[in-house]
Design a protein around this ligand. Structure first.
Ligand SMILES: Nc1nc2c(ncn2[C@@H]2O[C@H](COP(=O)(O)OP(=O)(O)OP(=O)(O)O)[C@@H](O)[C@H]2O)c(=O)[nH]1
Ligand SMILES: [Mg+2]
Length: 311
């Protein structure tokens, strides 16, 4: 039998645009507030995961995807793991962390470079055997002089067989290329898990609710009521314009004035800032309407949490 090709088929010796790629899931775990979500956004070069100074900002697992000529990194942001407080919402959030750790290729354990605490050690106990763990010491921009890091590096090396220890600043973008290279070395070769230009696994509706929640966290600070979340009630696409109708759910009527602010100034600002972030991410116009609703007890019932998209 002949193996010759039909006459009109030409064989090219050109290499494809890229060779085989390293591809895999990279879990980002750590105690609350160490900068996990800031790190995810910095690694993928876009804001998909919300961040704030308040602990426990992230409540859901969210994937951020970075595709380069040689690799595809699927970063998995998780809620800050904590054992200090009980409650249904906290239990559900911790469960997201432990479930994430069961099916990934590399773990980034994020700690603060200047402050490793017993809560960080609690997270160490969760880490799976046989999967490479990179220790990311974030917020190095706050450590001066840098020699102060040396005893911490020695201590952490004793504590766990980390595949590498990398000081970074997610906020200032320091050492992130180095971190990217270290991660890539531990990923398997494989087919892409996401399309080349995908940024996240979450849809626009989810991101809209999250961006509104971020502004709540940032603008209310200590005043933020525990039982407070955001749902998108209606999402419409009208040509290039997105019309988004969001409800802020609160536990008690008494919390309403805190959210609204004096003469509604606060909620207006929440809406304006969330809209600007959404327009940046979507590269298009957004009309955002926000209202406040009372739904008591949602944070204490697993059924309500599931209904609101908590895993
Ligand atoms: N100075 C400095 N601040 C940072 C850095 N990275 C993050 N932060 C700040 O740390 C705070 C917490 O950041 P997040 O990214 O929300 O932290 P997180 O670990 O995702 O927090 P949870 O979702 O609550 O677990 C925010 O105020 C960030 O701006 C950094 O490299 N340097
Ligand atoms: Mg977070």
């Amino acid at each position: 039998m002949s193996n010759s090709l039909p006459a009109d088929v030409t064989v090219s010796n050109e290499m494809p645009a890229h060779g085989p790629r390293r591809v895999g899931y990279v879990a980002i775990v750590g105690r609350p507030n160490v900068g996990k979500s800031t790190l995810l956004n910095a690694m993928i070069g876009a804001k998909v995961s919300i961040t704030s100074r308040k602990a426990q900002t992230t409540r859901h697992r969210i994937h951020g995807v970075l595709t380069t000529a040689s690799a595809q990194f699927v970063f998995v942001d998780t809620p800050g793991f904590q054992t200090k407080y009980g409650g249904t919402l906290n239990r559900v959030m911790n469960r997201v962390v432990t479930q994430t750790l069961s099916d990934i290729d590399v773990v980034l354990l994020v700690c603060e470079a200047g402050r490793v605490t017993p809560a960080d050690r609690e997270v160490l106990k969760l880490l799976p055997q046989q999967i490479p763990v990179l220790l990311v010491l974030n917020k190095v921009d706050l450590v001066e002089p840098k020699e102060k890091l040396l005893p911490l590096l020695a201590e952490m090396q004793q504590l766990y067989p980390f595949a590498a220890i990398i000081p970074v600043s997610a906020h200032k973008g320091l050492q992130l290329d180095h971190l990217q290279n270290e991660i890539a070395m531990h990923l398997p070769w494989g087919e892409l898990l996401f399309a080349e230009d995908d940024l996240t696994d979450r849809n626009e509706r989810f991101i809209a609710a999250e961006f509104v929640r971020e502004k709540l966290f940032r603008l209310l600070g200590e005043e933020l009521p525990y039982g407070c979340t955001v749902v998108v009630e209606k999402y419409e696409l009208e040509g290039q314009l997105r019309r988004i109708y969001c409800a802020i759910l609160i536990d008690k009527d008494a919390h309403k004035p805190i959210i609204l602010g004096r003469q509604g100034e606060r909620i207006k600002r929440i809406g304006m800032e969330a809209r600007q972030d959404l327009e940046r991410l979507f590269s298009g116009s957004v009309y955002l309407e926000i209202f406040v609703k009372t739904r008591s007890g949602w944070a204490d019932s697993e059924a309500s949490l599931r209904q609101l998209g908590y895993e």
